[in-house]
Design a protein around this ligand. Structure first.
Ligand code: AMP
Length: 240
C-alpha cells in the first residue's frame, strides 16, 4: 500500500478487452494506492444475482455478451462516485465503454485532469485462452483463473468457483470481443491525445504490469498539480 503518495487524488481508467486483466490490475492498483476499485461488471453481476430490478434489466444483454444501456450504466456510476471515500480516487474497470459514457464521465467528475487512462494490450488469441480458464466465485464475485484442479475454491472467501455465464460459449466470447472492438476503438481514439494516456503490454505477469502502471501514474499525476477529486452531480444533464 502507498498511502503516503503525495497525490491528493488518483483516478485511473483501465481500457482493454475482456480477459486483458483489468479486474486483476484494478484490485492491485486499488490496494497499492489505497483507493477503491470500481468494476461495472461486478456491480452488474451482483445485481443480477440479487434479482434487483436493475439486475433484471441488465441480465439478458449481459448473457448475450452485449453492452447494457448507457443511461443505466451512467446512473450506476453516478451513485458509485458519490459514495464516501471516493474523493480520494478510484480505479475504473469496465467504464467507460462507449464515447457517450466517456463524455458522461467528464461531466460527473471534476476536474477530469486527475485521470490517468491506461490501455492494457493483449492479443486476441491470448485473450481467448485466458477467458477459457477464467472462473468467478459464486459467493464473492471475485475472478480467478482455473489451473485444471477438480475442486476449485476462491482464494478470497473459499466459495465455489464457476464459469461466468458470458464466458461459457466460445461464440459468446467472440461476440463480446467483437462488441469490444466495435466500441473500444472509438473510446481509445477519444482518449488517444489525452496527456495522461498510456498503453502497457498486458502479456507479462500481473505484478510486472501493475508496477509499470504505478510508475506511469506517479509520473503523470504530478503532486505539483494538486487538487481533490470532486463529484460533480449537477452537470449530469449536460451529457449528450
Ligand atoms: P465485464 O465484467 O467488464 O466483462 O462486464 C460484463 C458485462 O457487463 C459486459 O459484457 C456488459 O454486458 C456489461 N457491462 C459492464 N460494463 C459495462 C459498461 N460500461 N457499459 C455497458 N455494459 C457494461
Amino acid at each position: 500500500m502507498e498511502p503516503s503518495l503525495d497525490l491528493p487524488c488518483i483516478r485511473i481508467i483501465l481500457l482493454g478487452p475482456p480477459g486483458s486483466g483489468k479486474g486483476t490490475q484494478a484490485k492491485l492498483l486499488a490496494g497499492h494506492f489505497n483507493i477503491s476499485a470500481i468494476s461495472t461488471g461486478e456491480i452488474l453481476r451482483s445485481h443480477v444475482k440479487a434479482g434487483t430490478a436493475l439486475g433484471e434489466q441488465a441480465r439478458s444483454a449481459m448473457e448475450r455478451g452485449e453492452l447494457i444501456s448507457d443511461e443505466l450504466i451512467v446512473g450506476i456510476m453516478s451513485t458509485e462516485f458519490a459514495r464516501p471515500g471516493r474523493e480520494r480516487g478510484y480505479v475504473l474497470d469496465g467504464f467507460p465503454r462507449t464515447v457517450y459514457q466517456a463524455r458522461a464521465l467528464e461531466s460527473l467528475v471534476a476536474p477530469f485532469a486527475r485521470m490517468v487512462i491506461v490501455k492494457i494490450d493483449v492479443p486476441e488469441h491470448e485473450v481467448i485462452r485466458r477467458l477459457a480458464s477464467r472462473r468467478v466465485c459464486g459467493q464473492c464475485e471475485s475472478t480467478s483463473s482455473s489451473h485444471g484442479a477438480t475442486t476449485e475454491h476462491c482464494v478470497q472467501c473459499g466459495g465455489a468457483l464457476e464459469l461466468r455465464v458470458d464466458d461459457r460459449a466460445e461464440e459468446i466470447q467472440r461476440h463480446r470481443l467483437a462488441v469490444y472492438d466495435r466500441e473500444a476503438v472509438s473510446v481509445e481514439e477519444y482518449y488517444a491525445f489525452w496527456p495522461s494516456f498510456v498503453a502497457v503490454d498486458g502479456t507479462r505477469s500481473a505484478a510486472d504490469v501493475s508496477a509499470e502502471i504505478v510508475g506511469a501514474v506517479r509520473r503523470l499525476l504530478s503532486p505539483r498539480r494538486r487538487s481533490d477529486c470532486r463529484f460533480n452531480p449537477v452537470r449530469r444533464a449536460d451529457v449528450s
